[in-house]
Design a protein around this ligand. Structure first.
Ligand code: ZN
Ligand code: ZN
Length: 350
């Protein structure tokens, strides 16, 4: 059965699904509630994602193109080939060449009337290089002008933002975080008291608030200059947004971070702690046990004690371990135990 994990209270924006167990390829699908749209973090073995779910994926965030993080590209391509909505792929500095190479592996004489467009974003420290591939000209590469990367921000939509942090895994690797700035809940009691019926207009109201309001640095909701002219159609006629605030409950939005395949260096660890700070959920690797630290250094992976300590230092609410070396398949509990001991501070860092 296909279950969507809806954590905390209902009506969260981000609904995530872990695709494989910790010994399979790491991959997270996040469905945006009420949007018929999903986001995918890493693109390894995605055979467990049904075709109709792949069709909803608009943005894919690839950490790096080792085969366990990128082999699923063909399956996505097959599913979205006739789709009019573009597919956006974000990844490390070589992602454009990797997507290009995949596309060059097929013969494309029959797709000229297909609408599909693939936009690829290669994330570096301060710049994002871009390219576009269009089915109508047989996926020839079209390089677009680069954009500056500021404050790690790669996507800023009214509903959410995505940040990227370049790290090292022997090769460049990218960590991601997705955040909803603030979350809007409907106060059902107030709604009824005011004589409003529920309906699609509430979704419209939420969208307008996301568009015309923002959270300031003290987490207070502020109106943008243009907001006072905006009205929303309700079952009782048109209202200004401010007139409807009493039926809303605004809370801080969620932050989900995703960090895979990282060398166990101090530089990486410091960057990760800053980057994932305050996450509601951190998806992270714990590839080796600390007793195999030499191997971890050689293979450029984190150890369980480091992962636990990152979660503690960054005050992460929930830590989900996704990527564990197959050498521990007989006893994964040892890995989880080391993570938890380190996270609670009872493990001495060696
Ligand atoms: Zn790797
Ligand atoms: Zn990996």
């Amino acid at each position: 059965m296909y279950i969507w994990y809806n954590y905390n209270i209902v009506a969260r924006l981000f609904h995530y699904k872990i695709i494989n167990d910790a010994f399979g390829d790491p991959c997270i699908l996040i469905r945006l509630f009420g949007e018929k749209r999903s986001l995918l973090f890493d693109l390894g073995d995605i055979r467990k994602i049904p075709f109709n779910e792949i069709l909803k994926i608009t943005d894919i965030f690839v950490t790096h193109t080792h085969i366990d993080h990128f082999i699923g590209f063909d399956q996505v391509l097959r599913a979205v080939l006739r789709r009019p909505e573009p597919l956006r792929i974000y990844g490390p500095e070589n992602i454009i060449e990797c997507v290009h190479g995949k596309l060059r592996g097929y013969t494309w004489n029959l797709v000229s009337d297909y609408p599909l467009q693939i936009e690829v974003y290669a994330i570096q420290e301060t710049v994002i290089k871009r390219a576009r591939f269009h089915a109508h000209d047989r996926f020839k590469i079209k390089r677009l002008h680069s954009i500056q990367l500021k404050n790690n921000l790669i996507i800023h939509e009214p509903l959410f933002k995505v940040k990227a942090q370049v790290l090292s895994h022997g090769i460049p690797v990218v960590a991601y975080s997705i955040e909803e700035e603030f979350h809007i809940n409907i106060n059902k009691v107030e709604l009824e008291k005011s004589g409003f019926n529920t309906g699609p207009w509430l979704g419209e109201l939420k969208k307008l608030i996301k568009q015309y309001y923002y959270y300031d640095s003290k987490e207070i909701l502020k109106a943008k200059k243009t907001s006072n002219t905006v009205k929303v159609n309700t079952p009782k006629g048109q209202f200004k947004i401010e007139q409807l605030f009493h039926i809303l409950k605004i809370t801080k939005g969620e932050k989900i971070s995703y960090v895979m395949d990282v060398s166990p260096t101090q530089e990486n660890i410091q960057k990760i702690v800053e980057f994932v700070r305050g996450s509601d959920i951190l998806f992270c690797e714990a590839y080796f046990l600390s007793k195999d630290k030499d191997r971890a250094i050689e293979r450029n992976h984190l150890t369980a004690d480091i992962t636990g300590s990152i979660a503690r230092q960054a005050e992460v609410q929930e830590l989900v371990i996704l990527h564990i070396s197959p050498k521990y398949i007989e006893n994964p509990q040892e890995v989880y135990r080391e993570v938890e001991l380190s996270r609670s501070g009872s493990l001495q860092q060696g």
